[in-house]
Write a protein that binds this ligand. Structure first.
Ligand code: AMP
Ligand code: MG
Length: 393
């Protein structure tokens, strides 16, 4: 049996090993860049019109020349003709400025008669022209290493035609849910069955950090079936997660099976409540977590261990510094285990919620944190300072 601090230390060290991967830009949402990116082109990449109007030589406007409209330049077409003295061209937003042209006047500010342009308003030199490189010069740093990729970043990078990015590789994750008593939603229950909520929670929780599971399967409480399922699936993923079957009941076969398969154990059983049977180990290149079956423990183990471990691998610092709060209510527990109790924390005030048992999920509809009630203390008083792990704002 280990302490939660040592278990976290083990995971912290393991998560330092980060792989990188080149992915299509569109698949990089929520991921973190693993390299600097420099602008491959100027943006804009050519001088172009900011308005629908007419383009001309500013010098001709100063000299009050009558300008003849010689052609039309549509966005997405080449400005074929250079402007000569006394010439203007019809132009539309985003169309390229022709050679010698330097200024665009909006169509509302001119009169056109017999193909000649008459200015109705003053205009400044270079007005309504978006000049090449004025947003970003080719070669500028546009994405720093270690930046979290948002949809806006993806939009920005797309303007440079960037098609792929080097990012910290999102781990491939698979889930194996065990338990003969489990039924999928949509089916009716016999009075000895319960609905599987763990795999549903984990799927959603990983999605919240930007990860889609590689697989999520159910396996009966049967030694051979478990063993086969592991052998068949372990190489498909970087992290394999079990729920259920890891404690010490007669039908909890997971630990002996993991031993049979020579999974290298890093820790098994943590001095905590809930989540005491938590296991972490490695089989070849796959890291294996076995979480207890109790749903409340699964949520706790996800936020305290799994999520920070996976996020660190994705380049996001997540085993962060400690936070503390002040208890707003009393709590009594036995000594011997550290309790992670469901709590609502606001302005450092910690309210321990009702229904703390490991099968009880209702407190999570209000909880935004776990309060960590230390191993040896039994009586927690109002005003006591306790460590908290916030998992939601
Ligand atoms: P176990 O760790 O397999 O002994 O399971 C502990 C408790 O969690 C039992 O009451 C199970 O019925 C329950 N349980 C196990 N797996 C799930 C699951 N996927 N969803 C909801 N409850 C579960
Ligand atoms: Mg079970």
């Amino acid at each position: 049996m280990t302490t939660h601090q040592s278990a976290i230390e083990v995971l912290k060290n393991k998560s330092k090993h980060r792989k990188t991967e080149i992915l299509p830009l569109a698949n990089c949402l929520h991921l973190v860049s693993a390299d600097d990116v420099f602008a491959p082109i100027n943006v804009p990449s050519f001088d172009n019109a900011a308005m629908d109007g007419y383009v001309f030589r500013f010098e001709d406007f100063l000299n009050e020349l009558n300008l003849q409209i010689i052609n039309e330049i549509q966005a997405g077409t080449d400005a074929l003709l250079p402007l000569k003295k006394g010439e203007a061209a019809r132009i539309f937003t985003g169309a390229p400025i022709p050679e010698n042209g330097d200024t665009v006047i909006p169509q509302e500010d001119v009169l056109v008669e017999n193909g000649m342009l008459k200015f109705q308003k003053k205009v400044n030199k270079n007005a309504n022209v978006r000049q090449k490189g004025t947003q970003t010069q080719k070669g500028t740093l546009i994405l720093k290493k270690n930046t979290k990729i948002t949809a806006e970043y993806i939009g920005f990078l797309a303007t440079f035609g960037i098609a792929e990015l080097e990012v910290f590789a999102p781990p491939k994750i698979g889930i194996i849910t065990t338990g003969k008593e489990l039924v999928k939603a949509g089916n009716s229950l016999e009075n000895y069955q319960i609905y599987d909520s763990n795999s549903v929670f984990l799927t959603a929780a990983f999605e919240e950090i930007g990860l889609k599971l590689s697989f999520s399967i159910w396996v009966d409480d049967n030694k051979n079936e478990l063993k086969n399922a592991i052998q068949e699936n372990v190489e498909k993923v970087d992290v394999l997660i079990f729920t259920g079957g890891i404690s010490v009941g007669d039908y909890d076969f997971l630990k002996p099976v993991l031993d049979d398969l020579d999974v290298q154990e890093s820790f098994y059983r943590v001095k905590q409540k809930p989540g005491k049977p938590l296991f972490f180990g490695t089989l070849n290149n796959t890291e294996i977590f076995a979480l207890p079956g109790n749903p409340s423990a699964v949520v706790m183990c996800f936020h305290v261990y799994l999520k920070p471990f996976i996020k660190e691998k994705m380049g996001i610092e997540s085993f962060t510094k400690k936070e503390f709060g002040i208890l707003m209510n009393e709590y009594i527990k036995k000594s011997g285990l550290t309790h992670f109790v469901k709590a609502f924390v606001e302005n450092n005030k910690v309210e321990i919620l009702n229904n703390q048992l490991s099968y009880q999920m209702d407190a999570y509809t209000k909880a935004n944190a776990f309060a960590i009630l230390t191993e040896n203390q039994e009586h927690f008083q109002i005003g006591d300072k306790v460590e908290v792990i916030k998992f939601r704002n």
